[in-house]
Ligand binder design. Structure first.
Ligand code: NAD
Ligand code: IPM
Length: 353
């Protein structure tokens, strides 16, 4: 019997639609001949939509998206500094709103250096770790404001929100992730020497949850030191758990270490299943290369593979990863147009079964 998966697709702006087109082609090829059918609905949201209609995320559309089994998201955002987008706040009003409202508290960002891929590092060693970034709190969720803007007496505040509930649920998810991997190692990253309040709450919760996972080796790093170790010896890491802002920064660094931001995939996971999880490349809309078929769709394709895993279709997710791995192994230094990379991955898909 065919299982139908309702998929909301938000291609977004810039290179978003270009990379999502390839991810969709790979998904269709990977699922062909199987017992799963995708029922897609496309939502045109992002900076382009805002410029056309003034909408960011209308309530009815958000409610319609919530009715799906999963979301495949490209990237949103216009050209930085575009005056027409000054008050749009697409990133907060659309992307972050979906992450917050749909309780995407585990933002999972794997970093693997695939064979044949050149890292930014001279001697990368074994690179195979995953960052579990808290997705609904931290400075991203806090209010703030500006007093007397534009005057010499201007004051800006940015508040960081850290709840015991929010920390515990992502820390538990990270321990479960570490448990499922062979190395059984978890590094929690913060800045407890300066952010003493939030740091103390994180520390208390990590220690409490760690007691339930005696087989996991736990260590701690300040975020600044973590950037050093990530560059000097990324093999130290297996699972990293950290707050929203530190996770954002560390995962762009991880992207560079893993062969470039065009390869970095992510899943915004709602582990409780109360809302659809959302899968997206880590990169943005890249206005500098948009419309030129220069974008690497691999990050979007690997994000689609994470989506297959999340939907319980791990064998298909593995086939997509195997195809990407095979393509990367033979890709060499030559750059290829976006669609050609999609073609190559499809050509490398292992037979089902
Ligand atoms: N998830 C998202 O939707 C998301 C993430 C990051 C940034 N943004 C937004 O995107 C816009 C541009 O942001 P930015 O320039 O800081 O970051 P970006 O990730 O869009 O681009 C950074 C650099 O990486 C390159 N790059 C990105 N993706 C690539 C790919 N798939 N293949 C090859 N090269 C790639 C770009 O050409 C650029 O040189 C901004 O409006 C920003 O807010 C959105
Ligand atoms: C665009 C922005 C809001 C987003 C973030 O900061 O989370 C991006 O940088 C990311 O990493 O997905």
């Amino acid at each position: 019997m065919t299982r139908t998966i309702k998929l909301a697709v938000i291609p977004g702006d810039g290179i978003g639609p270009e990379v999502i087109e390839q991810a969709n082609r790979v998904l269709d090829a990977a699922l062909a001949g199987g017992e799963v059918a995708l029922d897609r609905t496309e939502f045109k949201l992002g900076a382009d939509r805002f410029l056309e209609t003034g909408d960011t995320l209308p309530e009815a559309e958000q409610a319609a998206i919530a009715e799906h089994d999963a979301i495949l998201f490209g990237a949103v955002g216009g050209v930085p500094g575009d005056p027409r987008l000054k008050n749009a706040n697409i990133e907060r009003g659309l992307l972050l709103k979906l992450r917050f409202d749909f309780e995407h508290y585990a933002n999972v960002r794997p970093c693997t250096l695939f064979p044949g891929v050149e890292s930014t590092l001279k001697q990368p060693g074994d690179v195979d770790f995953v960052v579990v970034r808290e997705g609904t709190e931290g400075p991203y969720a806090g209010n703030g404001g500006r007093l007397r803007p534009g005057t010499p007496a201007e004051v800006a505040t940015e508040v960081s929100v850290n709840t015991a509930f929010g920390i515990e649920r992502v820390v538990r998810y990270a321990f479960e992730t570490a448990q499922s991997r062979p190395r059984k190692k978890l590094t929690w990253v913060h800045k407890t020497n300066v952010l003493v309040h939030a740091g103390a709450t994180w520390q208390r919760i990590v220690q409490t949850v760690a007691a339930e996972y005696p087989e996991i080796a736990v260590d701690y790093m300040h975020v600044d030191a973590a950037t050093i170790f990530m560059v000097q010896d990324p093999s130290r890491f297996d699972v990293i758990v950290t707050d929203n802002l530190f996770g954002d920064i560390l995962t762009d660094l991880a992207g560079a270490i893993g062969g470039g931001i065009g390869l970095a995939a992510s899943g915004n996971i709602n582990p409780d299943g109360t809302f659809p999880s959302m899968f997206e490349p880590v990169h943005g809309s890249a206005p500098d290369i948009a419309g030129q078929q220069k974008a690497d769709p691999t990050a979007a394709i690997l994000s689609a593979a994470l989506m297959l895993d999340h939907l319980g279709l791990t064998a298909d997710g593995d086939r997509v990863r195997a195809a990407v791995r095979a393509d990367l192994a033979t890709r060499g230094a030559a750059t290829r147009p976006t669609a050609e990379i999609g073609d190559a991955v499809i050509a490398q898909l292992p037979q089902r079964g």
